[in-house]
Design a protein around this ligand. Structure first.
Ligand code: PD2
Ligand code: ZN
Length: 298
């Protein structure tokens, strides 16, 4: 929420934002702090939160004593979302992705990261690049300030989006990811392709939408939060261009056909999913990114 001057009335947008915070796992104290930081009067903020969350929880059919308990407990534990996840029971070396066997190359618990080998064939990588190349433009980043998109110096790559299922190739890859991660194909955003030339990078960021930003409720109307990311490497730079996780000093090498999957059950830094694309030093790096949402992304 911005610090600009605004009238202190409880609008439907404010109620929606409060509910989104609660559902994203933020307790009343965190939500209140965020509202105060944005310039809300404390009495108005407390009243808005109390009334909104009571009504919301009642609509979910909770008895009054549970509502009070949830309000008191801050809902922290309750609101962690189920997330996409491969079936790693029994520590398999290979996973069945329907039309392809995918190799498990590495697994980390926190952040939740799984490195996957051979998610795509070389032919699929080349075909994605060929289909994307004529449609490349300087990358836009979704801005949670307004809910719109803008050019951003943190991402110096070129990019484009496929729409979901727009070609047989795209649909095949989407079905593979859905099967591998046990997550409905309908909950996926369209695949994004990015091209990094030497010097290009993607500075460390979170892929979820920051619940404290004023544009986030607008973004969340379409499919809810992002819960997981799959970055697929389509071409190998000769040097540089790894995907980094600075909180745990971990880097995934951008090997063609391989992918890194990571998930975030809460839109919160405690997930340790801060990640970036290291500068490409030599050669070109192409990736395809799939973001998975809570609900159907239309
Ligand atoms: O290119 C990457 O390695 C990278 C790094 C961070 C891609 C993304 N984020 C992304 O597409 O979100
Ligand atoms: Zn990212």
């Amino acid at each position: 929420m911005s610090k600009t001057v605004f009238s202190q009335t409880i609008t439907p947008e404010l109620r929606q934002w409060i509910v989104a915070q609660a559902e994203a796992g933020h307790g009343p104290e965190a939500v209140l702090k965020s509202m105060l930081a944005s310039g809300w009067d404390e009495d108005v903020a407390v009243e808005a939160m109390d009334a909104t969350l009571r009504k919301h929880l009642a609509q979910r059919g909770l008895p009054p004593e549970r509502i009070l308990a949830q309000l008191a407990a801050g809902q922290q534990g309750a609101a962690a979302s189920p997330v996409p996840e491969p079936d790693l029971a029994g520590s398999p070396l290979y996973l069945d992705a329907g039309d392809r066997q995918v190799t498990v190359l590495g697994v980390m618990a926190s952040p939740r990261v799984v490195v996957l080998g051979g998610l795509l064939s070389d032919e699929e990588c080349d075909a994605l690049i060929a289909a994307a190349r004529p449609r490349m433009a300087r990358s836009l980043v979704v801005t949670t300030l307004t809910g719109g998109e803008e050019v951003n110096d943190d991402r110096t790559s070129n990019g484009m989006f496929f729409t979901r299922g727009e070609s047989e190739l795209v649909a095949r890859i989407e079905a593979r990811i859905a099967r591998l991660l046990n997550w409905p194909v309908e909950n996926g955003e369209g695949i994004q392709v990015l091209q990094y030339r030497p010097g290009a990078e993607y500075k460390p960021h979170y892929d979820y939408f920051d619940p404290r930003e004023p544009g986030t409720p607008t973004i969340l109307k379409r499919g809810g939060q992002r819960l997981a990311t799959v970055v697929m490497y389509l071409s190998e730079p000769e040097k540089g261009g790894g995907t980094t996780f600075p909180d745990v000093q971990f880097e995934v090498a951008p090997k063609r056909g391989n992918a890194v999957f990571f998930s975030y059950a809460r839109p919160d830094p405690s997930t340790r999913t801060l990640h970036g694309g290291a500068p490409v030093i030599a050669g070109e790096k192409w990736i395809a990114t799939k973001w998975l949402r809570e609900r159907e992304f239309i």
